[in-house]
Design a protein. Structure first.
Lengths: 195, 195
């Protein structure tokens, strides 16, 4: 029995295989969704990854599971971006930059923003670790803007994120319109007329 | 030949029949969409109206055509509501009331707001007469709030409507959340920090 043939080594090989398939499925999903939108054929995703549809469903029982897994990578990047922005001098600029990045990242393919918004419903399912990391890092950025007097107290960051997500969802392929709507939401349709 | 049997009378009868079918299809569509969402089976709509699927497609070649026809009735009501609000004393309250009504009206069934938003894309198809009427009446309300100093100059009403539509689309079945997000968009995430 060589060292490659012990039960431990075989289990390790299986796990490596599972990880590799998962990574391939995610790469193929991103590519397929960027071409055909979030409603793209899952068979096409499996084909792109070079695995059977059964393997896809073992990794991702539902389309939303696959979308959430793709989004997890995006949320990790956004969490890192928020942490980087914490050390920039202007809290208002930092928050706006991050919200613009958020909108741009969650509109990489049609239907992506709508999928991200599932985590922001009032009766949302348990959010993922990546989502919570992004939410926490973004919230710190928002709290800093609140302390600086740039953002109103008493507003929940979840609502800020939800408003940005709403803009993302309706402007998917129109980055210019997204920027305009974000500016409007930032300055307010009726500033100073709180109600 | 009786008066009911002239070519003119026959044509009139056919037109009445066409109008009746159209009205039945719209009523059945509203009911079916409220139950199953905007993606509901069009066969179920035709069945509900007591007509064949061919008749449905003659009236509404695509699902979006059917949705637009349903929305036209909503837009007419919203145009009337905006005109009524023009004579109320507080321009800011009037605008907020109308935006709240807009959100509530375009979320009567899942997928309705997303469908309404098609008319607000930067590269939008030719908007319907009803849409233009609503846009014009809402714009007058917004212009009055601008003149009163309640809303910023230089903002397009289309963007205001689009922001409200975005909120509607992500909060479809959550009126409380819709109200919170509309208030946030009204007062601004970062009021006074125009950019």
């Amino acid at each position: 029995m060589t060292s490659d043939d012990t039960p431990k080594a075989r289990a390790r090989a299986v796990r490596a295989d599972v990880r590799r398939n998962r990574a391939r499925l995610l790469a193929a999903a991103r590519e397929t969704f960027e071409r055909d939108g979030a409603g793209a054929s899952l068979e096409a995703v499996a084909r792109g990854a070079g695995v059977g549809i059964g393997t896809l469903y073992r990794h991702f029982p539902t389309r939303q599971d696959l979308l959430e897994a793709l989004l997890a990578g995006v949320y990790d990047d956004l969490a890192a971006a928020a942490r980087d922005l914490m050390v920039t001098p202007a809290p208002d600029e930092a928050l706006m930059t991050w919200l613009r990045t958020f909108i741009s990242e969650v509109t990489a393919f049609p239907g992506m923003a709508a999928s991200a918004m599932v985590s922001l419903q009032d009766e949302r399912p348990e959010p993922s670790r990546s989502w919570r990391a992004m939410h926490g890092a973004g919230e710190a950025l928002f709290a800093r803007a609140q302390r600086a007097g740039d953002a109103p107290a008493g507003v929940s960051f979840t609502d800020v994120l939800r408003l940005a997500g709403a803009i993302a969802a309706v402007t998917e392929r129109e980055p210019v319109a997204a920027g305009r709507l974000l500016s409007l939401a930032a300055t307010g349709v009726m500033p100073g007329k709180a109600r």
